[in-house]
Design a protein around this ligand. Structure first.
Ligand SMILES: [Zn+2]
Length: 255
């Protein structure tokens, strides 16, 4: 497994300083979160590409910008966010993009299906396929405005969008908050492509808690070898992030 840090935590900095902070903490890999870009402008991807090259970091995954559409009229915006994120993933050489369902949990089922069809099947999936980038759907928490926090929800989304190639980004923080960790692992353990790693409320793990060891053991049993992406709340002190990195450096050498 490869340790990585989501750079969303440094989104208040410009991109050069953002990557510099990741480097200062001695990470080699980064998940580029589109939150790090203040305003999506197509040509900015060249700036991000140059900054990544200069930093020497490897971008393993990219977290898409997403809009949880509350009305079908917003579909075009969700499509735009998805496509500009894919262009950025290509520029940064990331082979995998984490996506949310892009539909609000408040939409009625029929409209959810219609929006998923338009956003993913007609637009984002063919665009991603063309660029050779795999999509990985993330399990959400009950606090999210988006749809897809448990198996029932994720199955509904995958029932519309999965063509056999959609992976799963397993967010441990969300799975702990919704108490769905084992259910989700039983169902999706074999198709995890990325892990968002944090304790509840996106606090960093700084000691080996039983639920963390249990999770790592289970994904190892599924043969998982991909990124362990620390995705930590804004405002977490640097010392806490460093402690979490030290913990995972040590834990991952055993898994
Ligand atoms: Zn996440």
């Amino acid at each position: 497994m490869k340790l990585s840090l989501s750079n969303g935590i440094f989104s208040k900095f410009g991109i050069i300083e953002n990557f510099a902070q990741v480097k200062r903490l001695r990470f080699e890999n980064v998940e580029f979160n589109m939150k790090s870009i203040k305003k999506e402008r197509d040509t900015d991807v060249y700036r991000e590409q140059k900054a990544l090259e200069t930093s020497g970091l490897k971008c393993l995954t990219l977290h898409s910008a997403s809009l949880h559409t509350k009305d079908p009229i917003e579909v075009h915006q969700a499509v735009y966010y998805g496509k500009i994120s894919l262009e950025c993933a290509r520029a940064l050489g990331a082979p995998l993009m984490t996506v949310h369902s892009n539909v609000s949990k408040k939409l009625p089922p029929k409209v959810r299906e219609e929006c998923l069809e338009k956003i993913f099947n007609l637009e984002i999936k063919p665009f991603a396929k063309n660029l050779g980038i795999k999509l990985a759907l993330e399990n959400l928490s009950y606090t999210s405005t988006g749809f897809g926090k448990n198996i029932e929800g994720l199955e509904e989304v995958l029932g519309v969008i999965d063509d056999g190639h959609i992976g799963i980004t397993f967010d441990l923080c969300h799975a702990l908050e919704t108490r769905e960790m084992d259910n989700l692992l039983d169902k999706y353990g074999g198709r995890i492509c990325n892990v968002h790693m944090a304790d509840k409320s996106h606090r960093p793990f700084t000691e080996p808690k039983p639920e963390l060891t249990h999770f790592l053991t289970r994904i190892q049993e599924f043969g998982y070898r991909g990124p362990i992406t620390l995705e930590i709340a804004h405002g977490t002190p640097i010392e806490e992030i460093a402690k979490s990195k030290a913990l995972f450096d040590s834990l991952l050498s055993k898994f």
